[in-house]
Design a protein around this ligand. Structure first.
Ligand code: 4NP
Length: 233
């Protein structure tokens, strides 16, 4: 979504793995994912990670994953070193707010969705370490945009992220189902799938020391918020 919050914007390591090298802290930069330096921190950041979730319209699934990831990161107190954004491979809804059914599902769990839909651009390959597609169709769309192996190495599917793996498990290919034309509770399903996967992403990043908690609070509620009884947080 085109209204990302602030955090430092690290570059990837020199190995092309897409993962930043832990260690050096950085000063605060424009962390919207749209900075004029193409995502490169002007002071040479080496700690942190930049994530972009991608679906088709950027109004249902990827904004949900973005908002959940922000929520988890805020509760883990690793915020300054994580850039989180989302985009769509289409421009069908460019400029639109999140779908109200997604907003409602998130609100039921104490998570706020906002921002405006934007289309993924080829420059996003430089702005993000991990570009995480919601389904195979959007992964194929992203692969077509990739300019080479370095871009391709940043791509994964959301459900490939599992707690027991140091990165996406490439054997898993399950989609996050598109809820847009759903008449039933597809939005709740999307929320729950995104929660499980985003928790696995954060656990992976913490295990790899790509991000470090200032004060570990995972599994607890931060910022004085009270989640509803049915919340997974
Ligand atoms: P999303 O859902 O990709 O999860 O944002 C969709 C939103 C809109 C459309 C399809 C999927 N559409 O066809 O307009």
């Amino acid at each position: 979504m085109s209204e990302a919050t602030s955090a430092d914007a690290p570059t990837s390591d020199a190995t092309g793995s897409g993962l930043p090298t832990p260690g050096t802290t950085t000063s605060v930069a424009d962390v919207t994912g749209h900075d004029e330096t193409g995502g490169r921190h002007p002071h040479g950041q080496e700690r942190g990670v930049r994530l972009c979730f991608v679906c088709l319209g950027n109004i249902c699934r990827s904004p949900t994953a973005e908002a959940i990831m922000r929520h988890l990161v805020a509760n883990a107190d690793v915020g300054p070193f994580v850039v989180i954004d989302s985009a769509g491979t289409s421009a069908y809804h460019a400029g639109d707010p999140p779908d109200r059914r997604s907003t409602a599902a998130a609100a039921r769990h104490g998570v706020r969705l906002d921002g405006q839909s934007r289309q993924f651009t080829v420059e996003d390959f430089e702005r993000f370490d991990h570009i995480i597609a919601m389904d195979g169709q959007n992964l194929r769309n992203l692969r077509r945009l990739a300019r080479g192996p370095a871009d391709l190495a940043r791509l994964s599917l959301l459900r490939q992220w599992r707690p027991e793996h140091d990165g996406p498990d490439m054997c898993v290919t399950a989609d996050v189902p598109d809820p847009y034309y759903d008449v039933d509770d597809g939005f709740e399903t999307v929320f729950r799938i995104c929660t499980v996967a985003c928790s696995a992403i954060l656990a992976t990043l913490l295990r790899q020391s790509s991000v470090s908690p200032v004060a570990p609070k995972i599994g607890t509620l931060g910022r004085g918020a009270k989640a509803p009884d049915n919340s997974p947080f």
